[in-house]
Design a protein around this ligand. Sequence first.
Ligand code: ADP
Ligand code: MG
Length: 576
Amino acid sequence: MSRILPLPDLLISQIAAGEVVERPASVLKELLENSIDAGAREISVQLMAGGVRSLRVADDGGGIAAADLPLALARHATSKITSLEDLEQVDSLGFRGEALASIVSVARLQITSRQQDAPHAFRIDGQLLSVTPAALDAGTAVEVSDLYYNTPARRKFLKTEQTEFAHCDEIFRRIALARPAVALQLQHNGTLKHRLTAGDLPQRITALLGEEFVAQARAISVDAGTLRLIGFAALPAYSRASRDAQYFYVNGRFVRDKLLSHAARQAYEDVLHGQRHPAYALFLELDPGEVDVNVHPAKIEVRFRDARAIHQFVFHAVQRALATSASHAEPIRASAAGAFASNAMPAMPRFQSGLSVEQPVAAYLDSMRLDNSRPATTFADAPTSPLGYALAQLHGIYILAQNAAGLVLVDMHAAHERILYEKLKNALEGAPATQQLLIPALLHLSAQEMATAQEQIATLRLLGFDTGAAGPQELVVRSVPELLANAPLPDLLRGLLAEFKEFPASEVITARRNELLSTMACHGAVRAHRALSVPEMNALLREMENTERSGQCNHGRPTWTQFSIADLDKLFSRGR
Ligand code: ADP
Ligand code: MG
């Protein structure tokens, strides 16, 4: 064993940088937050090569005194708190005084700053720590270049320029969304990507999330003493295949918090399909003393003193907002099935009208690979088939069937999803059969989705999707897995790209295998409200009998339930 020695300062910062400076986007986050803390009304960002080559943030905020410039780069030096009491009431985005020190330990950095009353600006070079006179109007400009120039091992973790830019873009949007009064612009490689003028929240949300989002969203504004929730929650019709349109802020800070996303998710429960994700921009405000933001160096997690109360508050606020317009909501599963399964009397189903046949039956049969010409099961066979014989389809969601024991109730989508899952799993053992599209499909993707699609082009091919770039944000799809020939392609691909996002191409198929299969199965499975004929329903029942583990969908929910005659008798207090 070696002797115990204190670590040198530079190394301490480099270790800390591991948590704070994960990639260019995390540098951008820290610099933008500093500008906002400095009271900036206008911020401009310039990135080169995804922010890896250079990243410059200029603001018109309060500036830094020349004498303080070296301190700004020192570890644990901050102008934002001075005591534990301050920490507990912190209302600035920064307070740990370690961001600039971490950045300067893994990149080249220069700060130019001028306070209002200073005769001119000063510049500090992060490596030399020399302070020299410079030219700048009031405010601060921070330039960071050659990220990880001195730590090549970390540089290897950086992804393509496109991906790093996409992450920067997302950080910029997150921060800009919460600061409508601040004008912001973003340039990448000299091209203007965003120009946001100062305005109010609805304007900012429209600029960043689009008119479609706003048109399909309900405004929320609920005050409950020290708690306040404002923002927009999109109606289910605007739901997404991934979580990419979920913006939740606590006291102006973007957070990814399980408690909050769970509360929101639950508010959507009755109206949103299982694989879809709600879209929202929600701003929770509360007494800073009620929430601990000092949980993680990147401050993306928070801890609430009264978690339960916060959960309830958010849940009710969002649910009420959505309920006011339930008649526009896409009618999907309700929780009536749960009541049924626990042997209670079923609640009145809450489906709205408007059942529709989404795709021709032939397409459906094709997607299920069933033989249309096979003679329908005859009623006499029913007792010998475990799942029995179909009687009817209920609200486009359930299949009612009669078997020897009594009544069988099947969740059509969940069951088909399970069958497809198993088929896809088998198909993936080898090379899945693909189907060439007669007319290649063109998908318009976000910058981030496009970057992921290009990185994972080989993975997509292994899954049976032949794709290529047709433009900066256009993906062309030439073939699809045969089993998914009738799945809605845009949703399917977006769902897959969301699964890929965090994984290197080589790992995605192994590490995310089950998620990938689930996503594909869900999109490929017959949708609720598609009318099925009796032979189609029987074919599905037979497939279920022939599929392993068909009793549970991929999410562990049951795919069918048996009600024996005795169960039914009990419902009617009918003695025998
Ligand atoms: P923190 O933000 O946690 O205080 P940082 O390392 O990010 O720590 O910044 C250190 C200090 O540098 C800040 O407390 C602030 O006083 C000063 N500073 C950094 N960026 C700016 C800026 N854009 N405008 C004015 N002051 C800044
Ligand atoms: Mg900071």
